[in-house]
Design a protein around this ligand. Structure first.
Ligand SMILES: N[C@@H](CC=O)C(=O)O
Length: 316
């Protein structure tokens, strides 16, 4: 695992993969399956792994959290940054902060608490958590007006927040004034589009966000990097062509279940057997496997083509 804290420039270099976690039937960590997924993502050129929503860290207990951090520290390659997530409630964040710090992680994301939470309480709570960690966090904003832009600016100046994962759902991501206000307050270089491929055209091109996070990247990492690079180069035709199978995958996730589809898609891809998803989430029904497997195959075909053409420099 990379030892140095991520700098803003590092986020611009990679799409952020948001992997699920593999468990055995008795809900023990599956080291071999988790390692196989990490290796696949790294082989596609991705250098940042964010264990958060898709890993279902919302529901993880402290024992499994410790074991996961040990495994990730040992498994990730020397240039791969691993960002675990803490929370979503204040008490769990405080319990997890010393574990994160003592195990040598230097970046962490705070999961969003939708209820009950108030902006002023989030500012104070995240400040205390950052103090306990000894470094500023990545704040996951998933709700409109979760935190006011001027508060966020204060938190960045105080060092309690270093980066933001922005994932507020909009029917149309253009004209998102909350996002423009956030960007005006802390700078686009501190914000990642944080909700998969659907809004990335706007988020990268209109708002100039640093990068994007995605679950599907775990299946097609080189294709995702090629997509990011095509957007950056202004080659929108290539970017849209590359994004098409990711969008179809996201459509299936929205229709069936975003978490369950992501988890089981990795198993269906043959990359690694993820086993059961940690409760309170659930695996998808068997009768959905065929549809999901078809999307996964399209992603794998694209991945193969991108790798054959040289990964991120591909014009596939
Ligand atoms: N929820 C999105 C992005 C992750 O943070 C996904 O899973 O693709």
């Amino acid at each position: 695992m990379r030892q140095q804290r991520l700098e803003l420039a590092d986020f611009r270099k990679s799409v952020v993969a948001v992997p699920p976690v593999a468990w055995t039937e008795s809900l023990e960590l599956n080291p071999a399956a988790n390692a196989a997924l990490v290796r696949h993502i790294e082989a596609g050129g991705i250098s940042i792994l964010l264990y958060g929503g898709n890993a279902n860290l919302y529901h993880i207990d402290l024992g499994r959290f410790r074991a996961l951090l040990d495994l990730l520290r040992e498994t990730a390659g020397p240039s791969t940054a691993v960002i675990p997530s803490i929370g979503p409630d204040f008490g769990k964040m405080l319990d997890q902060a010393p574990i994160v710090r003592d195990k040598g992680f230097s970046d962490v994301m705070v999961l969003p608490t939708a209820f009950p939470a108030r902006a002023a309480g989030i500012e104070r709570g995240v400040g205390l958590v950052a103090e306990a960690l000894g470094f500023g966090v990545i704040l996951y904003i998933k709700q409109n007006n979760y935190i006011e832009p001027d508060q966020l600016e204060r938190m960045v100046k105080a060092g309690s927040v270093r980066f933001v994962k922005y994932a507020v759902e909009r029917a149309n991501p253009e004209g998102d004034t909350y996002l423009s206000d956030i960007v005006a307050a802390i700078g686009a270089e501190r914000v990642a589009s944080g909700m998969g491929e659907r809004p990335i055209h706007s988020h990268l091109m209109t708002y100039g966000l640093a990068t994007y996070t995605s679950g599907a990247v775990c299946i097609a990492p080189a294709a995702a990097l090629a997509t990011l690079h095509a957007y950056r180069a202004g080659d929108l035709e290539t970017a849209e062509r590359l994004r098409a199978p990711f969008l179809e995958f996201e459509r299936q996730r929205a229709e069936i279940d975003g978490f369950g589809v992501m988890h089981d898609a990795v198993t269906l891809s043959g990359i690694a057997d993820m086993g059961p998803i940690l409760p309170l989430l659930a695996n998808i029904a068997k009768d959905k496997h065929e549809t999901v497997a078809k999307c996964v195959k399209d992603l794998l075909d694209l991945e193969q083509a991108c790798r054959a053409e040289g990964g991120q420099n591909s014009k596939v």
